[in-house]
Design a protein around this ligand. Structure first.
Ligand code: NAD
Ligand code: TDX
Length: 334
């Protein structure tokens, strides 16, 4: 299959490209704007005969139309993805996540191309810590942040294009990913690289917030299964039963890296910080037989720590800029 992958130089997009090119004889074209979050180095070492890289913006309608016309399927990862940045400056989130998705949908509609939309569990808002409920495909949308509201908006556009125009599309909403190639602004790589640089990890507030962690390669396998065998028009939730508080995750990182358990700072909390996310992925497992391979979170985390140790040349150029952004955000909010 000839697959157009948007945002393929980002964290999950690049993991997906590695997964797809390793899983069969698919051909992948990546379109990526190479924002601060995109990195061509994340696609190094892949077979050049089956991978084409196009440096471009998903808001560029003529370019998108041409690339969609050359593809049999589109998998849409490109987004502004970081909640903290969306609190600072929401505009790029509206542009890329909403108008960018609209631009793709219109091209896919013209060409009749199969489309898979990548989204997040954050569209459902948050849960109480002691709530036995988990998100399902029928949980009402209730996003909290500029990031999650623009992702919710993009999901609704896809659903409307399916209903109104008969688009051949599927959607997936996944929980928090971890693994190689994740930008150092995000929680797990930020703390790992802080420790590697001799700096103290930063926990927002008391660290009680719970995230439902899944390895990016398990996310990729689920997306490929939905692309190949999912029912058109359907939404699938992707999660690996990985609920942990931020404090627990940080304790695991410190332990795995041989640092004292109290060697971190509690810093100002994120405004509007969602308390807990939790995914019920029974539909995906039951219909498509998908199961996570990285069932042991501590082992997956240890492998991820090892990856950041071995790949300092990949992350070091972005570390200072990411920490400078955090400093500016904290000063602006103080
Ligand atoms: P990321 O920020 O690491 O990567 C985003 C990529 O999109 C970058 O390579 C960037 O250059 C590119 N991009 C941004 N704007 C663009 C534009 N206008 N045109 C073309 N390319 C553009 O993000 P990520 O964490 O890999 O997330 C990928 C997708 O998965 C997003 O849609 C996100 O909402 C979703 N998602 C992420 C998680 C998570 O835990 N990170 C969980 C569930 C869903
Ligand atoms: O330094 C930090 N300290 C800290 O305690 C950072 C960067 C984060 N946190 C907390 C905030 C969250 O509770 O850790 C948790 C995870 O934070 P992020 O890595 O920023 O992820 P989150 O806001 O949960 O969103 C992620 O998962 C869902 C992705 O960034 C989104 O793109 C995805 O949709």
């Amino acid at each position: 299959m000839r697959i157009l992958v948007t945002g393929g130089a980002g964290f999950i997009g690049s993991n997906f490209v590695h997964h797809v090119l390793g899983a069969g004889d698919h051909h992948v074209t990546v379109i990526d704007k190479l924002t601060y979050a995109g990195n061509r180095a994340s696609l190094e070492g892949l077979p050049a005969s089956r991978l084409q890289f196009v440096h471009g913006d998903i808001l560029d309608a003529p370019l998108v139309d041409r690339l969609v016309g050359e593809s049999e399927a589109v998998v849409h990862f490109a987004a502004e993805s970081h909640n903290d940045n969306s609190l600072d400056d929401p505009r790029p989130f509206v542009d890329t996540n909403i108008i960018g998705t609209f631009t793709l949908l219109e091209a896919v509609r013209r060409h009749g191309t199969r489309f898979h939309h990548i989204s997040t569990d954050e569209v459902y808002g948050d849960l109480e810590l002691d709530d036995p409920a988990r998100f399902t495909e029928s949980t009402p949308y209730n996003p909290s942040s500029p990031y999650s509201s623009t992702k919710a908006g993009s999901d609704l556009l896809v659903r409307a294009w399916v209903r109104s125009f008969g688009l051949r599309a599927t959607l997936s909403n996944c929980s928090n990913n971890y693994g190689p190639y994740q930008h150092v602004e995000k929680f797990i790589p930020r703390q790992i690289t802080n420790v590697l640089r001799g700096e103290r990890p930063k926990l927002y507030g008391a660290g009680r917030n719970v995230r439902d962690w899944i390895h990016a390669d398990d996310h990729s396998a689920a997306v490929l299964a939905i692309l190949e065998r999912g029912r058109l028009g359907e939404t699938y939730l992707i999660g690996a039963d990985g609920e942990r508080s931020n404090r627990e995750v940080l304790a695991l990182i410190l332990e795995a890296m041989g640092r004292p358990a109290d060697e971190f700072d509690e810093v100002a909390d994120r405004p509007g910080h969602d308390l807990r996310y939790a995914i019920d992925s029974s539909k995906l497992r039951g219909e498509l037989g998908w199961m996570p391979r990285f069932a042991d979170f501590s082992a997956g985390l240890a492998a991820t720590i090892d990856w950041y140790r071995r790949n300092e040349a990949w992350w070091a150029p972005q570390k200072q800029a990411a920490e400078d952004r955090y400093r500016a955000q904290h000063t602006a909010r103080a």
